[in-house]
Design a protein around this ligand. Structure first.
Ligand code: ADP
Length: 461
């Protein structure tokens, strides 16, 4: 078997890998990226954040458009979901082409199509279409991402997953009259929100008592009343199985002992994602917990020259978190595996892109309670906000959480207008340890919803 040497090999070519590859290649290192897709960019572009947001933004336009009647404009037309899907596909193809151009102009980086596995801490073997190849590397970044969890219920194969909705040229190109979503995590709730906006009646089956179980309860309690009335959430639903019936599908489930059944033409299974651990990782003795490969803040695993970035470590499975992790790994590789950079997981914003969206960063009250720390709260309601009034979207608000005494911003959340954008400014403040005084003194733009951030800080004084 042919053996070639590189300075760095990445397993995967998505968000946890390519930012590191580019950084390291610019510094003169020879980098090999491997990925069975044979393309730079991972699941975010293939079936996740980008295509789902392409659909979401059309749903958002459509939802606002429905309110034209309030201004005497008769709402014309219906949604041609086929065209929505075509838009999504166009965005994906454009971004694949953009990535290919970026890659072709980068010196020192090779992308190889194939699945990689470890044979020792400095060697990976890649199964390619042209045969098996062996690579030696001083440093290896595992960035193999995550995959959808398929529930262990009869008929699971009859359900669609987020991949079936958001991949290139997906099967579903017509709006179903009704949709059942199994799972009340962020993917299930976002998708429920988009389809409800388009006119589909959605029933969401949640296993436990609460949707968005990992999210602060104040955020969830603020968000839920703002979701589209076409979304019906059934909590404590234990799904027993899915079966075909005349003209569609049916889900059998139980709520507090009582047997129930719903029929729908489409059922989406959205019960979570699991890390994809490359073969050979366990044999190296790397620690793996229920979330994924265990890493330190340096992104190093238990073997200092092996890094694990992005969804594969399960710490914060978001594309932008993976990018920052990849850069931390790159910096530590450049310093010879001696730490010079650290990942701050607590200053990474998270958004659930429902309509409206909800976003948070850092320490929020539920987390503070588990840590036994006290917070001081600054609050702002969107009903007072000029932009929310202009858009006639007065629900939700902004909360900022400060450390008592120092008044350092530890966290915050936004539900409602522009939440997905506002959380960036709040995240910057958390990441840089800004205080309530500094935030209060900033001239946030009027009449934009960001005004509410400095106003929330000023509510303390
Ligand atoms: P992250 O953001 O964590 O990097 P992505 O989903 O963006 O996650 O990228 C993960 C990529 O890793 C996917 O494109 C997937 O095809 C690839 N991958 C998964 N397993 C392997 C493997 N054994 N060898 C090479 N690439 C892999």
């Amino acid at each position: 078997m042919r053996e070639t040497s590189f300075d760095v090999v990445t397993i995967g070519a998505g968000g946890g890998a390519y930012p590191a590859a580019f950084r390291l290649a610019r510094a003169g290192m020879k980098v090999l990226m491997t990925d069975p897709k044979g393309m730079m960019s991972g699941n975010c572009l293939a079936e996740g954040c980008v295509p789902s947001k392409a659909v979401r933004e059309i749903a958002h336009h459509w939802e606002r458009h429905q309110r034209f009647s309030e201004f005497g404009i008769t709402s014309p037309g219906t949604v041609d979901y086929h065209r929505v899907v075509a838009h999504k596909d166009t965005v994906q193809r454009k971004r694949y082409a953009q990535h290919a151009t970026e890659l072709s102009s980068a010196p020192n980086i090779t992308l190889l199509k194939g699945e990689a596995r470890f044979t020792d801490p400095n060697t990976v073997v890649v199964e390619t279409e042209g045969g098996t190849q062996r690579f030696r590397a001083r440093h290896i970044i595992i960035a193999s991402g995550a995959d959808v969890v398929i529930p262990k219920i009869p008929g699971a194969d009859l359900c669609l997953t987020s991949r079936d909705l958001y991949k290139l040229d997906p099967g579903l190109k017509q709006l179903p009259s009704s949709l059942v979503v199994i799972g009340g995590g962020y993917i299930g709730l976002e998708t429920a929100s988009f389809f409800a906006a388009f006119g589909t009646n959605v029933t969401l089956l949640q296993r436990g008592p609460r949707v968005l179980a990992g999210m602060d309860s104040d955020i969830v309690n603020t968000l839920l009343p703002l979701l589209h009335p076409r979304i019906k959430i059934i909590p404590n639903a234990e799904v027993l199985g899915v079966e075909k019936n005349t003209g569609g599908l049916a889900v059998n489930f139980r709520v507090e002992g009582a047997a129930k059944r719903i029929e729908a033409p489409v059922i989406l299974s959205a019960v979570g994602r699991h890390p994809v651990i490359p073969e050979g990782v366990s044999a190296l003795g790397l620690e793996i917990d229920r979330r994924g490969i265990v890493v330190r803040e340096t992104m190093q695993t238990g073997i200092p020259n092996i890094y694990a970035c992005g969804d594969v470590n399960g710490k914060l499975p978001l594309f932008h978190a993976a990018v920052r992790q990849a850069l931390v790994a790159a910096h530590n590789i450049l310093s010879g595996d001696v730490p010079c950079d650290y990942m701050d997981f607590e200053s990474v914003p998270t958004t659930i892109f429902t309509l409206p969206s909800a976003a948070y960063v850092g320490v929020t009250p539920d987390l503070a309670k588990t840590r036994g720390i006290r917070l001081m709260k600054g609050a702002y309601e969107f009903r007072e906000d000029s932009r929310a009034q202009i858009l006639r979207e007065p629900g939700g608000g902004i909360r900022l959480f400060f450390e008592p005494g120092s008044l350092r911003l530890l966290g915050g959340w936004v539900v409602g207008v522009d939440a997905e954008n506002l959380i960036g400014e709040i995240g910057q403040a958390v990441a840089n340890g800004l205080t309530a005084r500094q935030i209060a003194a900033f001239a946030d733009q009027h009449p934009m919803a960001s005004e509410g951030i400095s106003k929330a800080a000023r509510s303390l004084f």
